[in-house]
Every structure is written in C-alpha cells, then in structure tokens.
Design a binder for this molecule. Sequence first.
Ligand SMILES: [Zn+2]
Length: 385
Amino acid sequence: MLPARRLLRSVFYGSRYDRVPWGQRVYVRPGERLLREAQWWWRVRRTPVISLDDYRSGRPLGEIEEFLSCMMCGEPRQQPMFEPEGGRESGKGWRYQVVRCPSCGFLYRNPNVRPERLGDLYSSGYSGFLSGTYAANRQRRYNLTMNAFSPVFDEGMGRRLLDFGSGVGLFLELAEQRGFDAYGVDLSPDSVAQANARLQRARAYFGAPEDVPEIAAGGFDVITLWSVLAHLPRPLHDFARFRELLAPGGVLLILTVNARSLLLKAYGPGWSGFTKNHLMFYNSETLRTLLRRTGFAGVAYAAHYGDTIEAGTSNLPDSLRRRLYRAVQASDGGNMMRALAFADEDAIARWGDHLTIHRLQERATAPDEPTDLDLTGSTGSGAAA
Ligand SMILES: [Zn+2]
C-alpha cells in the first residue's frame, strides 16, 4: 500500500483495524458500510446504459462464448460494470466482462459461455483445485450452512438427496454420514472418480441428470447446489428441472456468492466472487425471480457472517463482531448467500418453521411477500405450478 494511503487510513481508522482480516474490515470500520453503499450507488449511476447491439460491436467473442440479454427479466440493454481478471501468476490468465441489467440489477458475465461448451471449463485439472485445505474449509462451510437451516439436514433418515455439481464428493460424504440416500452429478470426470473412491454408499455420476437413470427418476427430498449456481449458463432451464426432480415436500439448498456483498461494493473488479469460471452473480432479489419463474413456492435466507465468525475461530473482539453482524444484516451484504427454496406448500409446512418465508407464487389467501409462516388453514391450498 502507498505510504500516503496508509497514513490516510490510520488517520481515519487508527491501527485497531490493521489486525482485522481483510475480508472483515469493511464490515467493522465505522461508517464504512454507508460509504461503500454510496460508492456503489454512484458507480451504477455513472455507468452508461447501452443497447445490446452497441455492446456487441467491437467486443471480441471467444469460440465457446455468446452474447446474452438479461436471463432474469429479458432486458437486452447492458451496463458494462467490471472487467475482472486473474491467473497471471500461474501463466493461465483470464479476463471477462461483467454487466448489470439496468431493469432488474442482475449481474452477469457478457459474453457468457455457451451451455454446450460448459464441459470445456471442467474437462481437466479442476479436481486438483478441490482438495487439500480447500476440502477441510469446505466441509466446515457445509456443516455451518446445514446448521443454519436445521432441522432439514439433521438426520437423513434414508431421504433421497441429489448434490448437483458434486465435485470430489466432499458434501456427499457428509450426507451419507448423516443417513441420506445420496447421489451426485458433475461435469468433471476426474472429480467423479475421486468422489466414488471416497464414498461408501453414496454414488457420483458424470454428466447431466437426465443421462443417469437413477437420477432422472426424480423423487428427491433434497437437492443441494454448493457453489454451483454462479456456474450455470441456463439457470431457468436447470431450475425448472430441479423443480421436477423434487418430490412433494422437497427443498433445494443454494449457496452462492452474494452480488450484494459489501466486499463487491468495496473492491469492484477485485472482488473474490469474480472467479475464473463464474458466469452469473445473484442477490436475494434476483434469486427470488429465478425461483418464482421456475415454480418454487417460497424461499428463506440465512445471512452469512463468514465461516471463521460462525465457527467461533475468529479473533475478532466482541464489539467488532456485533458491528459485523449489524453491517451484514443492514446491507443484506454478507459475502455469500445461503437460501433454502421450497418446492410447494407441503415443503413450507414441513421445514419452514422458525424461518422467514418469502412467498413466490400468488395464493388466494396469502398477502404479498415477505410474510411470516402462517400455519392456519393455508397448507396445501397453494397455487404453485
Ligand atoms: Zn434483468
């Protein structure tokens, strides 16, 4: 950091915050939340809105890429926001453009990856990234998220579970330990092989769900998408299929990077959510659009405060920890987003207790979302498609 900036920072914040990890500082320094939100507002305001034709012209298009309109609302106009890049140290540099939909605020990569070429991103070498310390941290993250939506994952009791994008089987391993009848699918053949070497009863398969008879049969009580949503080039198609694969009373769990993250507002193109293979970036609102359009009845969120905070291994003093909680809640700005989507009214009645449910489909008797769970007389009367 430049000496002048360091001096400026110490005048503003003192050295108290130097020991706070980088990913937590923006949440705990006084006034920073409002500053970053104003900064974001200003960035959106001053970024021009242009037609898709103007956006296309002069922009190179890779062999596996295509230009898109907003998949959530159909808006063709584009707001070019960021050009994240990385990987230069490893000699495998990458760079892409992220646009914002001026109508609904959805953030997505444009040009995006053509769905039939998605496998190219995962054909080789991806499983190496998914082991080592990554593995321990991931399993901790899965456990924290399962706890946040207790009691859905407390005991599997032989329920059918599909982990979509199951990688090397780190979650399937936890799922079979908890007694789920667990299946996985993934686009990386070496990851699938590693998963099956790790698992006792659960099974991972290569390919799409419809290619695997055991999975195409559907009837799943739980489907999980761990850090997968941002990788899907056809989310509406995939979510409609997840909805069909779910049994009555079934739930879909989603963990993804949060496009309302205060860290994105602070660091822009340097945000940790802009990784090489991420294609689309959701917030709680655009995720609701996706779920509503694909027939889900409701959704609940669990704010993400950071894994070390939730696991109790952070050294953050209590006063700063409380400030972090408040900043995340006030801005809906945790760095990850965790959501539990309910297939139908039965699912809400069964698993929605203690959660704040956002209704997604019109019902004759229900007020507009968000609404607290009403257990009196509304069960089973849903108009969910
Ligand atoms: Zn849109």
